[in-house]
Structures are given as C-alpha cells and as structure tokens.
Design a protein around this ligand. Structure first.
Ligand code: FDA
Length: 398
C-alpha cells in the first residue's frame, strides 16, 4: 500500500479520552477506518484517576437538567439516544462489576482501569487505531480532506472529530487545542472557567476556619441559580466537598454563597422550642448537639454570639442566630482554578453544532464531542455520561 494511503483514514479523532475512545469504537464498528491521536503516554488518563480510582462512570438518574450549557436544550437529543443504561449494558458485557455509591452514582467495584481497558478493547475489536505520544502540530483543510501534521508524521482524513476535552488538570495533559481548532474553523467559544472546584477563602475566613481542616458536615449550598444538599469539607486551603464543588459550577466571582448549616432543621422553631423547654441550657451546649465541637467554637467566635443561657436571649436575638444557621453567608475569595477543577465550564458554542450528530454547522465533516463543548455536567458521573452520549451519536453519524 502506498505511504499516502496508509496515512489516510475515514476519520481522525483528536483525543484518546472518554469521548474520543467511545466514538472511535462506535464509528469503527460501522466499518469506518479510524485513527485516534493523543499526545499523552496513556489513553484515558482522567478516567484512571476519576472517582478516587474507581471511576464514577455514569449516574442512574441522569437527565438533561443535570447539565449546564448556554443552550440547555442542546444535550437532550444525545442523552436520550445513548442513555446511562446503554453504557451500563456495555460495562456489563465486559463483566465489570459496579455498585451505586450514593445518589445514583455508579462506580467500578475494582478499578477505573477496567473502564479504560474496556474502551481500548472495543476500539481494537472494531479495528480503530489508537496512537499515543503524538503532538498535533497543525491541522488544515483542503476543501476535501483534513491534513494533520504531527510529531509522528502527517495524516489525512475525510472527517475530523475534536475530543480534546477541557482545560482542567493541565498536569494530566489538558490543553486548549480543541478551542484553538474550533476558532480556526470559524467557531465561537463560550467563555471558559473552572467548574466542580473547591473555593478559596479570604484571609480573615481562612484564619477563622484554620482549626476546622478535615471536618465534614452535611449542608445545603445555594445561590440564585441552584441548590445542593450534600457534604461540605473544610480544608487547609478553603472549602470543598460535594456540595461546594456542585455550587462552584454556578458561582459568579464576588457573589456570596448561602450555606444552610442545618438543612434538615428549622433553626428558628428549634431554638424557640429549646428556649421554652430548657431555658437554662447554654447556647454553646445547644450548638454542640447539632455540630462537632470544633465547628461550634468557630461559630461562636466568628459570629460573636455571647455565651449565655437560652432564656437570656431575646426572641429577636435567637431568630438572628437561627437566620445565620439556616443561611450562613459566605463570600469565597475565588476557586482553586484549573489545577484541581474536575471540569471546564463553557467551550465550543453549541448553537454552531448539530445536537443530533455533533457535526459543525460551519465547517464540512468537522465534529466536536465531550467536554470541549459548552455542556458541563454536575458532579456524580454526569460528565462521563455526556462524553459517552455525545461520542456515540457522533460515532453513528460520522
Ligand atoms: P478527556 O479529558 O477525557 O480527554 C481528552 C484527551 O485529549 C486526553 O487524553 C488528552 O491527553 C488529549 N489531548 C488534550 N490536548 C491534546 C493535544 N494538544 N494533543 C493531543 N491530545 C490532546 N466525571 C465523571 O463523570 N465522573 C467522575 O468520577 C469524574 N471524576 C473526575 C476526577 C478528576 C480528578 C477530573 C479532572 C475529572 C473528573 N471527571 C469525572 C470529569 C471527566 O473526567 C471529564 O468530563 C471527561 O474525561 C471528559 O471526557 P473527554 O473525552 O471530553 O475529555
């Protein structure tokens, strides 16, 4: 076979992550010749470290409402055509044992490696080639084919699929290549920022919470757009835990987050009843019934609540305390950024992409799948589900 034919494929996919690998296998099963290129030494690096090494690969309750996008309708078609149950069926076909941890989140019993092995096996069984350690130097289109110049040589393809993910965790190989190529071919990018990311605190709060590092408590974190009832974790850098990561994706810089420290309790009613039923109880002792000791101490100091018996507080004073407990206002200083973020919000403008096939509406035979698009899931397996769903509809069409 002449050299130029060896390097010609029906489809070249940039990015051997969750979306790229799933798309490659799907398209190759349809008889397409597929080459996946990635600069990393290993395929699916984010899968390998996800879910604490066990990969939270989907969510049983995944619906379009669990995704953030400037066009919330865009994700609907792909998510309904390739659902969590379709992916679970593939996981089952490969005999990968899994369990539900909480809130519909499905994890491998053993290791995230099982998911990467499964994706690579699906690729090799279908005849898709995966080539790692390949730097993409230049991409051009000659009105018929795409030409990719890389550190390993030049390749041509009829169709090009961009599956290079977002900017989170540059250490794992994240780069802006997908956005750059999108712009090269006339696409607009919705502003990107870190999502599912811990908050950093202003110096004053950092000092006040210094003793709480490692402490987790069930809260409800809210702003005008969303509300999540899950755990919050104090860290030596700021605030983390699922409730904080979730609300971070909806947080705007400079805004306060409302933290309900007693999400299952009407604190006003509870404090009024306590004052009536046990007037000699101190506020500190009442707080210690609700919170760990360390948190009680910090609340008393930070909020400057006098330590006296409940009977000695006026109704108004107790109501004010209750308001704080059910709606603590906390203004983060910022987030930890892409260094620790699980996802990137924003990305390739979905109004310029077909929701049925992920094909560009602006450029022939160009496709975008996975996190590079302006579709971001909640914490809990939703981001992988978006990778699987968008990859599959693309793989069926390309
Ligand atoms: P992904 O990032 O997986 O793949 C992109 C690929 O493109 C990579 O292999 C990269 O090397 C390659 N690439 C990038 N730039 C390139 C370049 N210039 N040249 C060549 N190749 C290039 N989600 C979830 O649902 N459940 C979970 O448990 C977790 N856990 C989790 C933990 C951590 C620590 C992180 C950082 C993220 C998660 N996520 C998650 C999010 C999830 O990992 C993410 O949304 C998907 O991996 C996105 O899939 P993609 O295929 O779009 O990108």
């Amino acid at each position: 076979m002449p050299a130029h034919e060896q390097n010609f494929f029906d489809i070249i996919i940039l990015g051997a992550g969750a979306a790229g690998l799933h798309c490659a296998a799907t398209a190759a099963r349809r008889g397409r010749s597929v080459l996946v290129l990635d600069h990393a030494k290993q395929a699916g690096k984010k899968i390998l470290i996800s879910g604490g090494g066990r990969c939270n690969f989907t969510n049983m309750y995944s619906t379009p409402e669990n995704f953030i996008s400037s066009n919330p309708h865009f994700c609907k078609s792909a998510l309904s055509r390739y659902t969590q149950w379709d992916f679970i069926a593939q996981v089952d076909k490969h005999d990968i044992a899994w369990h539900e941890k909480t809130l519909g989140q499905l994890f491998c019993n053993d290791s995230a490696k099982d998911i990467v092995r499964m994706l690579l096996k699906e690729c090799s069984d279908a005849g898709a080639q995966v080539q790692l350690r390949t730097e993409v130097l230049k991409v051009a289109y000659d009105n018929e084919n795409y030409e990719i110049q890389s550190s390993q040589g030049d390749y041509q393809a009829k169709s090009l699929v961009i599956a290079t993910g977002g900017l989170s965790m540059p250490k794992l190989g994240a780069t802006p290549l997908g956005y750059q190529l999108a712009e090269q071919f006339g696409h607009s990018i919705k502003p990107v920022r870190a999502g599912l990311v811990p908050f950093t605190l202003h110096e004053q709060d950092k000092d006040a919470f210094a003793d709480l590092s490692g402490l987790a408590t069930e809260i409800q974190a809210s702003n005008d757009d969303a509300s999540f009832k899950e755990a919050m974790l104090f860290t030596h850098r700021g605030l983390s835990g699922p409730a904080i990561l979730q609300i971070s994706s909806y947080w705007k810089a400079g805004e306060a987050v409302t933290i309900n420290l007693l999400p299952d309790m009407d604190a006003q009613q509870a404090l009024r009843e306590a004052k009536q039923n046990s007037p000699k109880q101190g506020l500190k002792s009442w707080l210690q019934q609700q919170f760990p000791k360390r948190l009680t101490e910090v609340l008393l100091t930070r909020e400057q609540w006098p330590q006296k018996n409940l009977a000695d507080y006026s109704h108004q004073q107790l109501d004010d305390i209750a308001t704080t407990l059910n709606g603590w206002q906390l203004k983060p200083n910022g987030t930890e950024g892409y260094r620790t973020a699980e996802v990137t919000l924003g990305g390739v403008n979905v109004d310029e992409v077909s929701s049925k096939t992920m094909q560009s509406k602006l450029q022939p035979n160009l496709y975008f799948i996975g996190e590079v698009l302006d579709v971001t899931g909640w914490l809990g397996g939703y981001n992988f589900q978006w990778a699987w769903s968008s990859a599959w509809v693309c793989g069926e069409a390309v």
